[in-house]
Design a protein around this ligand. Structure first.
Ligand code: GRF
Length: 363
């Protein structure tokens, strides 16, 4: 990348010290700033107004790819740094490739930290929050400018129109069965607990109720022939699912009782953007009929887990869990029903939190 527009963390720290010696306050914010739009410009101007100078920590190219998925970043880190430096509000840019800005905060020691989105001080990443507290930075949460997002711009460019001009996160739900989690997600959207749109529902089972639920809500619903691959999906099915997800301009995938293992090319195309709900307290009882296994093992409690999907079976990083007691007279059916009640409340809330984080990374 072009070195001239980005400072090293040490250069940025020396710059901060020089300003501090003049009694000036440095504001720090971070983000991808991949395809600059008016929302970014307004956000950066507001951040800059909190102090005397603004430094932007810019996600490096690998980290933008991880966060934003296929085709991103549109602009390289060098170009993004150059564009940001041309803005009146921005005084310095530094590029980082670590997952968090904790190290940068400790090196640069900003006076003010600005973050966009649905965060509160309490929901900031704990490591970053304690680094901010250690360096004595004031924390400000700025609201993002509604209806302006890079994802929405890209949708417009790709399809000639934006299916979601209001900038809502586009969710796909994949399931093989009854679809009660889909119903819970739709209910959460109606209740404004979850700010998203279900853009597509896919099933590997032609007569699965989940497809009917989708159709009754006027959501595009699609059966994909899984091929003869046992618990897997044929290569053709994996590819078709990916094509359909891309065609529907999906941002995030929620697996809800999808009885097939998700593989490439889907996995890496949506890395970090596929969630699953599993009816056990992972890491216990991965795989099929998890509630039966918990009952047979004489457990006193079970529950459900929402996790990010990786290449293993129910092995991805855990986002949240809810537990339920196992009662003396429980049958597999009564226990599963109790777990599912927790699923219906947990899954939409976790999706909402994850979606807000994806969008909040939007700068
Ligand atoms: C849920 O119990 C989920 O944990 C499991 O499959 C079931 C799906 O139920 N993976 P539904 O189709 O959402 O009603």
């Amino acid at each position: 990348m072009s070195e001239s527009f980005a400072s090293t963390p040490q250069e940025a720290a020396a710059w901060r010290d020089a300003l501090d010696a003049q009694g000036k306050r440095v504001v720090f914010t971070n983000g991808c700033f991949d395809l600059l739009h008016a929302g970014h410009v307004r956000y950066l101007a507001e951040a800059r107004s909190l102090g005397d100078a603004l430094i932007v920590a810019l996600n490096g190219d690998d980290s933008v790819h991880q966060l934003k998925g296929p085709g991103r970043p549109v602009n390289t880190a060098g170009d993004r740094a150059e564009i940001l430096c041309a803005l009146e509000a921005v005084d310095r840019v530094t590029v980082f490739d670590e997952p968090r800005v904790t190290g940068l905060i400790r090196t640069i020691r900003p006076h003010v930290y600005a973050k966009g989105g649905d965060y509160t001080v309490e929901t900031l990443n704990p490591e970053e929050r304690s680094a901010l507290e250690d360096v004595g930075a004031e924390i400000h949460i700025l609201s993002l400018v509604e209806g302006r997002s890079t994802s929405s711009l890209l949708r417009k460019v790709q399809s000639g129109e934006d299916p979601d001009p209001d900038g809502k996160l586009r969710l796909a739900v994949l399931g093989s069965g009854y679809g009660s989690n889909l119903e819970a997600i739709l209910h959460a959207i109606d209740e404004q607990v979850l700010d998203a749109r279900v853009a597509l529902v896919i099933s590997d089972v032609a007569d699965a109720r989940i497809l009917t639920v989708a159709k009754n809500h006027n959501i595009p619903a699609l059966w994909i022939d899984p091929g003869n691959s046992g618990a897997g999906l044929s290569a053709a099915a994996q590819k078709e699912i990916l094509d359909r997800l891309r065609g529907a301009q999906v941002d995030l995938i929620a697996l809800a009782g999808f009885m097939r293992i998700v593989k490439e090319p889907l996995l890496s195309s949506f890395a970090g953007r596929i969630l699953n709900i599993h009816p056990s307290l992972l890491p216990k009882y991965r795989g099929l009929d998890a509630w039966k296994k918990a009952l047979e093992a004489g457990e006193k409690e079970s529950g459900c887990t929402v996790h990010v999907v990786d290449a293993g079976m129910d092995t991805g990083s855990v986002l949240a869990q809810a537990s339920v007691p196992i009662l003396e007279d429980d049958t597999p059916a009564t226990l599963h029903a109790r777990i599912q009640r927790q699923e219906h409340s947990l899954y939409p809330r976790v999706i909402a939190g994850y979606a807000a984080k994806l969008l909040a990374g939007e700068p």
